[in-house]
Design a protein. Sequence first.
Length: 143
Amino acid sequence: IEVANKLNLPIVVHTREADADLVETLKHHQTLKNGIIHCFSSGIPTVKKLLDLGFYISFAGNVTYKKSGRIQDAAGYVPDDRYLIETDSPYLSPAGDRGKPNEPAYIAETAIFLAGLRGIELEFLADQTAENARMVLGIGDEK
């Protein structure tokens, strides 16, 4: 976090089964650019806290699993301007390809699932997540 702050860059965080520690760490070591919670795997209570801290929330293939209700609830809760999608390759292939190594092409299955979950058109999801990535990563910003 200190290095990211010195370089004025966002951070990318991957955590699992450590929600309270994550939130406390981010509260006590605030970032200048915030960042991305990679491969989000928790529920609405945690996502609310992370959104309040200014983070973008990224969803991977595990959101498509039948037993991922709390992740799906969180994916429906995150506002349009704060969610991203990813593959987490070679892990967490979407449900239709589960058991195979994940690959970039499988992002389409996750995107289709999330568009249906959120009740939006796939094209809107693609445009919105691309814009969100540009915003959080500072792509296209004039320096």
